[in-house]
Write a protein that binds this ligand. Structure first.
Ligand code: GLU
Length: 172
């Protein structure tokens, strides 16, 4: 069971996310990651993810992320794809339109992944989670809000999921 957290407010997001992930450490995990939105540069997403302890993640986060006040964070307990930096969450869509963290199992991920690859999507990880980012990408590109894209994509997933998604585009 992983830990999953999102923050949007007026405080620096990185310390809030790291504290929340540390509070969730008792649940067990094999890797950890965060994504934050850079408020100074429209559309800039900063993603840091590391296998192992939250301390590894903390050490890898760039000082450039310190101004962000919106972000998401995850501790992973792998179900699909080995524990690794690449398979750690967050996961990005092809062009970084959407970034996703997820707790659970997408039971129909193999079928969804084949369909997405056939439609031209490029996967960077072995996870079931990454299918969600690509499904949402299609909807966001078609003009849906982030919320509608999440709802529509979630309707295609078999199994039980907790999902947090963020986009550098206008939020809906
Ligand atoms: N199934 C996802 C993965 O393997 C999420 C696992 C979890 O809940 O941490 O990455």
């Amino acid at each position: 069971m992983c830990g999953i957290v999102g923050y949007a407010g007026d405080k620096p997001a990185v310390p809030v996310l790291l504290r929340a992930l540390k509070d969730l450490e008792y649940r067990g995990y094999d890797s950890a990651g965060i994504a934050v939105l850079d408020p100074g540069e429209a559309g800039a997403l900063s993603v840091t993810k590391k296998q192992g302890k939250i301390a590894n993640l903390e050490a890898a986060i760039s000082a450039d992320a310190s101004a962000a006040t919106t972000g998401i964070g995850h501790t992973r307990w792998a179900t699909h794809g080995k524990p690794s930096d690449q398979n750690a969450h967050p996961h990005l869509s092809c062009g970084g339109e959407v970034v996703v963290i997820h707790n659970g199992i997408v039971e129909n991920y193999a079928e969804l992944r084949s369909e997405l690859v056939a439609r031209g999507h490029r996967f960077r990880s072995e996870t079931d989670t990454e299918t969600i980012a690509h499904l949402m990408e299609e909807r966001v590109k078609a003009g849906e809000s982030l919320l509608d894209a999440l709802r529509g994509s979630a309707g295609l997933l078999a199994g039980s999921q907790a999902i947090v998604a963020m986009s550098p585009a206008r939020q809906g």
